[in-house]
Every structure is written in structure tokens, then in C-alpha cells.
Design a protein. Structure first.
Lengths: 297, 320
């Protein structure tokens, strides 16, 4: 299900073309050279063509959560590699190098904070960690965050950016789809909203579970959002897929996305919806974030 | 119809043919070969037992996909002879890869929902090789809601390579259909027993797999991705299916050991396809026993237990 393979070159280490590495970023689509600082200030959106490049999970949280309000939870959870999975490389080694590359323990960062004053629980995928794939750690952290949202009576926000279920954890990964969807069911039964934000790409077992279950589903422009990846479909039906197939705009047209929102407008768009849905809960009535003692390693 | 067989079944079939010959010879010549027949019969059973207790994971996968293996409809017809198929998702169309409807098992009305592969080429096409479109999943959800409304237990039979990856399926929200079933199924207030009878193909199977009990037939598999898909992506070599099947730990025995499923249901020796009637009989007993455990529980308690069961799946390390 996790069909999405990451490009070899990590973002930010694009072709040099005579400029010092790290100083310029080349737009993945139009090739425009953008000053790294300017690129970050624009939340990695190309100023020329509007391409939304992959945003690391912590930057995503900075984008959406009021400054200084974010409290991270469950930072110390790591994969156990129960299956002792090994393909051309040991899964254990893949985890280690992904941790080193991304600076994260696994493919998601969770916590609570305020969004224009509204208390929220938020989970943001880290695509730089094995393509944002969902194994037991991701499933557990999303479930815990949803359970905290129910306990604190606040909205739940998940920003998806994932190739799908993580193959290296076998059927354990598959079962996280049921586990997270069941938690979202309970959130809904508690009368609390779930905002599913879809970034490029959202695929496989992530799309086919919580990501498609938002009360409101918002997608970034031109994001690939699919169950089966384009290559899998092309191999199955033996024909080329039309342009724009499975992109945000396609899903909007077919009724599976509520609204397409540019990155810079995402925070205000979400908080406006929170206001409509949680008008009976004033921001100050939502309990303030509770810091839990935990060590980050 | 030619009998399909797998490599490791060949010796067994040869011996069976010899045994048949000996029997007819015995009749024809009116000679007593009973000693020889007994001896050969014993040898055959030993061979079957040895072969089928030592299958590797890739062989198990092949067995789970065996073209002669009983499909969902075969079990339902045998277990609930008064089964009448009910069709359509009331939204877009009928999803023929999934069969559903009420049937009577041991004087109890049960909602049966099964993913159906086709036997001959015509049925295979009609059933889309057991790869459901969104309509199939939405029909299944409609049936589950109906069962809940009339307080009837649900049995699902899983056997699919996966949800269909195609243009129409994506346009009509395959991901949403699977996701919706996961969410809704977790909250259905009647007992649900799910059985993997052949191939448990990823999200396409799980979409009907959120039960109070999840069982697997002895020679079935359940996996996040097929060994072929896994080999192509991780090994970048489609011939590495044995390695991939091994790494994925996808057999009924693996999943039971890893506490992902609740029970392994025995199959007739040599596999369910060697004696489909007996296989259905064994399955019926397992269903009766499992459903019986929920007969005195309230709807709310049934939901609580089901959610708790899935909540617990998966271990991880945690630093405090
Ligand atoms: Zn550009």
C-alpha cells in the first residue's frame, strides 16, 4: 500500500548550478531559483508558480499553531520492529537513518496548542521519515492525540503527507487504519470536529482511513490524493492517466474534498471553521494546554 | 474441468490417482487388494500431513489463492442454505465483488457479507476477480447498518487481492469508501465475526474486517501488501516473492502468534479445496462458538470490546 517512493535528493539539496549549496532552492516544478531564506519565509511555496513543496512537520506546526503555545506529546515513542523486517536493508537500520535525516523519532509529531486562540490537538506528518508512512508508532500517536482531544473537548487536526501504510511493519501497520478510524469515530460521537488537512502526497492506507474522515477536508493546491498510486493504476489498466487525475482539484470536483486552501491561508481557514462548529465553547473555556513531563531524546 | 494443482500438491495427486486405480482394479478383477490399499492410504495421509505442515510462507500464499479453493459464496451456501443475495449500494450501483444478504445458521438469522472471487472466466469478470469497487464497500455498509437495525449478528468472509485500483474506483472515492467502513464498522452495535478464508488483501480486506473476532482459515494469508508488490517496491525485483512473503509474516499462524487475530480455523487435510463441505462444517462450528460469546452482551458493550481490541494492536518502545 505504501507505493510512494521518495526522491533520492532530499529537499533543499537541489542541483547547484554554480550557486553555493543551501543558499538557493530550485523549485521542483518551474525550476525557479529561490533564496533559501525567502523560500522558508514563504513556507516553501514557490513565489513564481505557486508550487507547494513538502513542509517538515515542525514547520507545519509553526505555520498553524500560535507562537509559543505548542506542547509536544508522546515524543519518546519508537518502533519496536516486532517482525525483525529485512529487505535489502534491515528495517532497524532504515529507522536509524530516517531518524538521523529527519531529526524525528518517527513519521509524525503530535501535541496541543492554540490556533488563533482556540485550543486544538494537532498531528503533523513528517514526510522526510520513510515517506511519512504509517506504522504502529504513527497509529498510536494519532490515536492518543484524538483521545486527548476528546478528554480536553477540543478539535482535532491531522495534517497528512504520507505514502500510506508502512510495509516494514506488515499487518501491524494495516491494523493502524482500523485503530485510528475507530478513534475518529469516538471523537465524532463526542460532538467534536475533526479537520483533515491533505498535503502532497496523501496515499494508500492513510487516505483510506482517517484522512478521508474529516468533518471538513481541506487540501493544499495540486496535492496528489489517492488510494492506489498512479503507477499502480497505469500498470493495472495499461493506459496513461489523464492530467490532473487524483489531484486536489480532481477530488474537489468529485466531491471528496471540501475546499482547496493555500498554505498561507490554512490557519485562518481552519480557525474560522472551528468558530462555526465550537461557538458554544469559548476559547477560554477550552482547558489550557497541560505540560506533561517527558524527555525528548 | 481440469483439476488445478500447485507444485507441492503434485506428489499427493499422483498417489491419489494410483490409489484410485488400485481400487477400481480390485473391483474389476474381484481381487482383494485391501492390504495394499490400506498401506497406500496410510502413506498418502502421512505425505499430506508432512507436506502441509511444512509449507513456507510463499507456498501458503499460493494455497490461499488456490483456484479450486472454496470462495465466500461456497461457504455461505453450505452454512446458510436459505441465503438470498441482496444487491446495490442505493447510491451508484451494484458491487458484484461483494455478496451480501441474510441467511439462517442454526436457527439464527445472520447477515453474511463476503468478498467473492469468480470460479470460471465469466464469473471472474463479473466479480472483478474479487477486487471490489467503492459500490461494493458501500453496499456492505448498508447491509451492516440493516443488520444493526434488526439486531442480527454479522459474519464477513474476506478473500481479495485488494480493493480495485482503477479510474472509476478512484473517481468514486475508493479511499473514502474503505475509510467510512472502518469508522462505521467500529461502532456497529451487533456482534461481528470476520473470517479471512483465502487472501486478506490489505485495506480492501480490512474494510470488512473490523470485527469483535477476527479468524483466519489455516491456509489463508492477511497482509498490508502482496508479496509481489512488496518485492517490486522494496527489493525492486519482482522475483523476490519468497523473501517478501517471509518478511511480511502474513500467514494465519504468524498473525495468531502476533496476536493480531483471535483464532486459526482448521482446514481439512490438504486444504479446504480437498473437502469444501467439511471445511464449511468446521467454519460453521467456529462461527457458532464465537457468536455465542456475545449473546448476552449489550450493544454498547459489544462496541466497547471491539474498539478496545483494535486499540491494543501493536507494540512500541516508550521512553518516559
Ligand atoms: Zn515554481
Amino acid at each position: 500500500m505504501s507505493w510512494y517512493t521518495r526522491k533520492k535528493t532530499p529537499l533543499g539539496k537541489g542541483e547547484k548550478r554554480g550557486v553555493p549549496e543551501g543558499l538557493f532552492i530550485k523549485c521542483e516544478r518551474c525550476g525557479e531559483m529561490i533564496y533559501a531564506g525567502e523560500f522558508e519565509t514563504a513556507w516553501r511555496v514557490c513565489k513564481k508558480c505557486g508550487k507547494h513543496h513538502t513542509l517538515p512537520s515542525r514547520r507545519r506546526i509553526m505555520l498553524l499553531v500560535d507562537e509559543g503555545t505548542f506542547v509536544e506529546h508522546d515524543a519518546g515513542i519508537q518502533s519496536m520492529d516486532v517482525l525483525k523486517f529485512r529487505d535489502t536493508k534491515k528495517y532497524r537500520d532504515r529507522i536509524k537513518s530516517a531518524q538521523k535525516e529527519s531529526g524525528e523519532m518517527d513519521a509524525i509529531v503530535c501535541g496541543n496548542g492554540k490556533m488563533n486562540g482556540w485550543g486544538v490537538e494537532i498531528a503533523a506528518f513528517e514526510f522526510g521519515f520513510m515517506g511519512g508512512s504509517m506504522g504502529v508508532v504513527v497509529g498510536e500517536k494519532i490515536t492518543r492525540a484524538t483521545e486527548r482531544a476528546i478528554k480536553r473537548r477540543c478539535p482535532m487536526i491531522i495534517v497528512s503527507c504520507s505514502g500510506g501504510a508502512r510495509m516494514q511493519e506488515g499487518t501491524f501497520s494495516l491494523m493502524q487504519m482500523a485503530k485510528t478510524s475507530s478513534a475518529i469515530a469516538e471523537l465524532g460521537e463526542a460532538g467534536l470536529p475533526f479537520f483533515s488537512i491533505l498535503a502532497h502526497p496523501t496515499a494508500g492506507g492513510v487516505t483510506a482511513s482517517f484522512a478521508m474522515l474529516g468533518d471538513v477536508i481541506m487540501a493544499e493546491p495540486e496535492a496528489l490524493i489517492c488510494f492506489a498510486g498512479p503507477r499502480v493504476i497505469e500498470q493495472t489498466i495499461r493506459q496513461k492517466l489523464p492530467d490532473g487525475f487524483q489531484r486536489s482539484e480532481f477530488l474537489l470536483e468529485h466531491g471528496f474534498v471540501d475546499v482547496i486552501v493555500k498554505r498561507e491561508e490554512m490557519k485562518n481557514t481552519i480557525s474560522t471553521q472551528i468558530k462555526h462548529m465550537c461557538a458554544n465553547i469559548a476559547p477560554e473555556n477550552i482547558p489550557p494546554p497541560v505540560a506533561e513531563p517527558e524527555n525528548k531524546s | 474441468m481440469a483439476v488445478a494443482f500447485l507444485d507441492f500438491e503434485k506428489r499427493i495427486l499422483e498417489l491419489e490417482n494410483k490409489l484410485d486405480e488400485l481400487r477400481s482394479l480390485s473391483k474389476l478383477q474381484n481381487t482383494d487388494f485391501s492390504a495394499e490399499i490400506r498401506k497406500m492410504h496410510k502413506k498418502l495421509n502421512t505425505l499430506k500431513r508432512e507436506t502441509f505442515s511444512n509449507l513456507n510462507r510463499w507456498q501458503k500464499t499460493q494455497l490461499a489463492r488456490h483456484p479450486s479453493r472454496p470462495y465466500a459464496y461456497d461457504y455461505i451456501r453450505e452454512i446458510a442454505p436459505d441465503f438470498i443475495e441482496l444487491h446495490g449500494d442505493r447510491l451508484f450501483g451494484e458491487g458484484p465483488s461483494i455478496v451480501s444478504g441474510f441467511g439462517t445458521m442454526d436457527a439464527t438469522s445472520i447477515m453474511f457479507i463476503g468478498i467473492q472471487k469468480g470460479r470460471d472466466i465469466k464469473e471472474k469478470m463479473y466479480r472483478n476477480f474479487g477486487m471490489p469497487h467503492p459500490e461494493g464497500y458501500r453496499k456492505a455498509l448498508r447491509m451492516m447498518k440493516m443488520a444493526e437495525k434488526f439486531n442480527r449478528p454479522i459474519v464477513t468472509l474476506l478473500d481479495t487481492p485488494g480493493a480495485y485500483p482503477g479510474i472509476g474506483a478512484e473517481e468514486r472515492g475508493q479511499a473514502e469508501a474503505v475509510a467510512r467502513n472502518l469508522l462505521e464498522m467500529s461502532g456497529i452495535a451487533v456482534p461481528i465475526v470476520c473470517v479471512v478464508i483465502g487472501e486478506g488483501g490489505s485495506g480492501g480486506a480490512l474494510a470488512l474486517g473490523v470485527g469483535n473476532r477476527v479468524l483466519m482459515l489455516e491456509h489463508s494469508v492477511y497482509s498490508v501488501i502482496s508479496p509481489e508488490g512488496c518485492a517490486a517496491i522494496l527489493w525492486k525485483d519482482q522475483t523476490k516473492v519468497e523473501e517478501a512473503a517471509d518478511a511480511l509474516a502474513l500467514t494465519a499462524q504468524d498473525l495468531f502468534e502476533n496476536r493480531i487475530i483471535d483464532e486459526v480455523v482448521r482446514e481439512p487435510i490438504g486444504g479446504a479445496h480437498r473437502d469444501p463441505i467439511l471445511a464449511a462444517h468446521i467454519l460453521r462450528r467456529a462461527l457458532r462458538r464465537n457468536l455465542g460469546e456475545f449473546s448476552n452482551l449489550s450493544g454498547a458493550e459489544i462496541v466497547r470490546q471491539r474498539r478496545e481490541k483494535f486499540r491494543q494492536i501493536g507494540s512500541f518502545l516508550e521512553q518516559q
